[in-house]
Write a protein that binds this ligand. Structure first.
Ligand code: NAD
Length: 437
């Protein structure tokens, strides 16, 4: 079977390479020339563990090719996956679905034989129904061009594994025929026992944003509690361990710290609230505004604590920042809390030196005025304060003695609550976490 993958960013490049790994012939459609050329040469423009190997393997085997031509895409396959971005609209909380619309309207005129267009992008509820009508209207084959909504749940850092071994597959379908096509397509994954939920368009769209909203709520919940811990002398890590033993609650996503970021969670919860408003049920979702506010407050809180630690003003302070990516095992700095905090402190006059094992390049593109170092120790050189902001494992295993010899003042703030604070204190450091003793 042949497929196309339209939009080859984080989601699309991973989907394309993984589907080639499953044995399909894949044509990736990407409008960004630089990205497409890199991908066609077997190189991944992003850092995602295991992706480059997989992509290179299938570019070499010929199972994976890239183009910018929708005409070629329509001629190549009958199954087309739409993986384009849905960023936050400027000046609005809503999602920009114009890329999805553009993908559908540029593919559809070339669909002269029955085809299935499968949306994987995260979209506001109601988008699929609209795209389905648009597709049937524009495609020469009419209603024989069918839409399916198949939201994607992959996590950056685990994208390859999550694509090949997902927790579940969700299909929003309008006909038994399209359900069968997608069941057959995902048969190698379903054969391993992966749960499948087949539902309507609206539910499939809402599953994705609800999952993200729930995860965001869990993070903001523990961050709100961490403020109370801090005010009362309690320890949020012990607390999270204790409540996490309750199977109804679970320990995951209960790590208090600088909060969530990235290209998905923040914009997805905002778009959810916005869409609820359009549907006249905003009140039901107002709690998500607070989830977002708590998350933003964490960044402010860290900047405040950092300022206090360097004596009340950051101007003339040197701050070493460990981490720029929004999470480890990624170079994605979209709405990264780490980079946001680094930027805030820099804007207030601090000299900020950032080190991230993989994201120095993407961070420099976004924040060229920060300084960048090639190692954790170099970022800490002459610093008055070190901030641990992205939880890369290497920061937990740095040689404390070596860092001690590099800094001007032995002060560290653990924005991820993962460092061994007693070990740092033993080495003479003032070491703080968030909501920790
Ligand atoms: P991205 O910006 O990395 O990738 C989107 C790609 O689509 C870009 O390379 C862009 O050039 C390309 N594109 C845009 N319009 C196009 C068109 N008409 N034809 C061909 N290519 C086009 O975004 P992403 O992170 O991959 O996210 C894509 C979607 O997947 C979003 O809706 C996102 O919310 C969702 N999603 C992302 C993740 C993730 O971890 N990144 C996980 C699940 C879902």
């Amino acid at each position: 079977m042949k497929i196309t993958v339209i939009g080859c960013g984080y989601l699309g490049a991973t989907h394309a390479a993984c589907m080639a790994e499953l044995g399909y012939d894949v044509l990736g459609v990407e409008v960004d020339d630089r990205k497409r050329e890199l991908l066609a040469a077997g190189q991944v423009p992003i850092y995602e563990p295991g992706l480059e190997e997989l992509l290179a393997k299938h570019v070499a085997s010929g199972k994976l090719r890239f183009t910018d031509s929708m005409e070629e895409a329509a001629a190549f396959a009958e199954l087309h996956f739409v993986c384009v971005g849905t960023p936050q609209l400027p000046g609005s909380m809503g999602a920009d679905v114009s890329y999805v619309e553009a993908a559908v309207t540029s593919l559809a005129p070339h669909l002269t034989r029955p085809a299935y267009v499968v949306g994987k992008s995260t979209v506001p509820v109601g988008t699929a129904a609209r795209m389905s009508a648009l597709l049937a209207e524009v495609a020469p084959v009419g209603a024989e061009a069918e839409l399916v909504w198949n939201p994607e749940f992959l996590r950056e850092g685990f994208a390859v594994k999550d694509t090949l071994e997902p927790d579940r597959i969700v299909l929003g379908v309008a006909s038994e025929r399209s359900e069968k096509v997608l069941r057959d397509f995902y048969a190698p994954i379903l054969a391993t026992g992966t749960p499948l939920v087949v539902t309507d368009y609206a539910t499939a769209e809402l599953v994705k944003v609800s999952a993200n909203a729930f995860l965001a709520t869990k993070i903001s919940f523990i961050n709100a509690v961490s403020e109370v811990c801090e005010a009362s002398g309690a320890d949020v890590v012990d607390l999270a361990d204790a409540i996490g033993h309750d199977a109804r609650i679970g320990r995951r996503f209960l790590n208090a710290g600088i909060g969530f970021g990235g290209g998905c969670l923040p914009k997805d919860i905002r778009a959810f609230v916005h869409r609820a408003g359009e549907l006249g049920v905003e009140d039901a979702m107002t709690f998500l505004r607070q989830v977002d506010d708590i998350n933003q407050r964490q960044r402010q809180r860290v900047a405040q604590v950092a300022t206090a630690m360097v004596g009340g003003s950051v101007s003339r302070a040197r701050i070493g920042v460990w981490g720029a990516a929004f999470k480890p095992d990624s170079d994605d700095v979209r709405d990264s809390p780490a980079l946001d905090i680094a930027g805030r402190l820099h804007l207030r006059g601090a000299t900020v030196t950032v080190y991230d094992p993989k994201a120095n390049g993407t961070a420099r593109d976004r924040f060229p005025t920060l300084e960048y170092a090639d190692s954790a120790v170099e970022a800490a050189r002459d610093a008055d304060l070190v901030l641990h902001l992205t939880e890369w494992p290497e920061f937990r295993s740095v040689d404390i003695a070596e860092v001690s010899a590099a800094v001007r003042r032995k002060q560290i703030l653990d924005g991820r609550n993962l460092l061994d604070l007693p070990a740092w204190r033993e080495a003479g450091w003032t070491a703080r976490g968030l909501g920790r003793r």
